[in-house]
Design a protein around this ligand. Structure first.
Ligand SMILES: Cc1ncc(COP(=O)(O)O)c(C=O)c1O
Length: 386
């Protein structure tokens, strides 16, 4: 690509069509997409109900300013919050949702200090990049937003030392996705929440990658029984159309009054038409039951076929957010898997990250597990870490 900033290391295929789990490159080559566009196309590529909803909205009106009422925004917000006493701010991406969360937390508490965790990933704008505790993401960009403190993940002693009455908020992922598919410990999370309450700090959960059915429940904090003050969504919310949401308890509303924050495109009607369909689909109890059953099945076959292989150090994650830690370069494995017709991701140098659409079929899971087994068995020579 000659005319685009080289901010990504791009894999040399151009995907021009997709249906369900299958994507087709411009060469005509088909692949099983176990990336879902990085946890975005959770209901597969071009699902009929979402395509129809978008087309229907396209023929009516595309965009109206946030200076006007929007029944569609209110309806989608209601689908997001369910029976809980929460409010939604719509934006266009995960980084923007997190930016809104950080701003709301500071404004509501009147405090500045924000605690985040090593290996976290929260986005690329100055605020969300400053929240991201990874030196490689900060490199070269000069001074970060002041007030962030980074603490080791899953370490309660370190957290206890860090949190104090000056802390505005604590932001975390239930499973660190980009950081290597690292699940938070449930007991640690509950204690973090308790210490937040004691210190008068808000608990912000970044559900951008884990949310919307990806880990088997609508939001992954529900597995643990947490009650975050704020959580953030993006990725799967529009199944590929750009939309993000920051969801906070209603008691925070006075800090986000008129003029406090905004977005021209946030709550765009086309993106919302998609989000409405996504939410109505995943909120059907039978849908999530099936996701959980399929995810359990996939985990079992991965354990059976791959866990014993010499290259495999561990298999971890929850639902359809799965990491396989390997003793060799994960990027080389990804390239070999692609040659066999399977697209998956990495999360750091030695973790394969597997994110199939939640609508994946049993036959597709079997096929993917067989390809993974074959490639993991054969990728020993020439791919050692180094
Ligand atoms: C947990 C988490 N938060 C935030 C982001 C940033 O989202 P976006 O790329 O939509 O800005 C990501 C993206 O990978 C993410 O995984």
């Amino acid at each position: 690509m000659k005319h685009v900033f080289p901010t990504y290391t791009r894999i040399p295929i151009d995907l021009v069509q997709g249906k369900g789990t299958v994507v087709t490159a411009e060469t005509g080559q088909e692949y099983l997409d176990f990336t879902s566009g990085i946890a975005v196309c959770n209901l597969g590529h071009c699902p009929e109900n979402i395509t129809n909803a978008i087309q229907n909205q396209l023929s009516r009106i595309w965009h109206t300013s946030n200076l006007y009422e929007s029944a569609l925004q209110d309806h989608v917000a209601e689908l997001i919050v369910g029976a809980e006493d929460r409010l939604v701010f719509f934006c266009n991406s995960g980084t923007e949702a997190n930016e809104a969360a950080l701003k709301l937390a500071r404004k509501h508490t009147g405090k500045e200090k924000i605690i985040t965790f090593e290996k976290s990933f929260h986005g690329r704008t100055f605020g969300s990049m400053s929240a991201t505790a990874q030196a490689k993401i900060h490199q070269g960009f000069g001074g970060l937003v002041p007030g962030f403190t980074y603490v080791p993940f899953n370490d309660i002693a370190a957290f206890r030392t860090a949190i104090d009455e000056n802390t505005a908020a604590v932001m975390l992922e239930i499973i660190q996705g980009e950081g290597g598919v690292i699940p938070a410990n449930a007991a640690w999370l509950l204690e973090v929440q308790q210490l937040c309450r004691k210190a008068g700090a808000l608990l912000i959960i970044d559900e951008v990658q884990t949310g919307l059915g990806r880990t088997g429940s609508i939001y992954s904090y529900q597995h643990i029984g947490l009650d975050p003050d704020i959580f953030t969504l993006a990725k799967g919310l529009g199944n590929g159309l750009p939309i993000g949401a920051m969801v906070g308890k209603s008691e925070l509303s006075s800090a986000f009054g008129p003029g406090s924050h905004g977005s021209t495109f946030g709550g765009n009607k086309i993106a919302l038409a998609a989000a409405k369909e996504v939410l109505e689909t995943i909120k059907q109890p039978a849908f999530l039951e099936e996701v959980q059953a399929k995810a359990d099945y996939f985990r079992d076959i991965l354990e059976t076929k791959c866990a014993h292989l010499p290259n495999v150090t561990s298999i971890r994650g929850e639902g359809f957010l799965i990491g396989i830690e390997v003793g060799c370069r994960a990027d080389l494995l990804v390239s070999d898997l692609m040659k066999q017709g399977l697209l998956i991701l990495t999360a750091g140098p030695n973790v394969l990250r597997i994110l199939p659409p939640l609508t994946v079929s049993y036959a597709e899971m079997n096929e993917a597990a067989d390809i993974l087994k074959t490639v993991l068995e054969n990728q020993l020579i020439g791919s050692e870490m180094g």
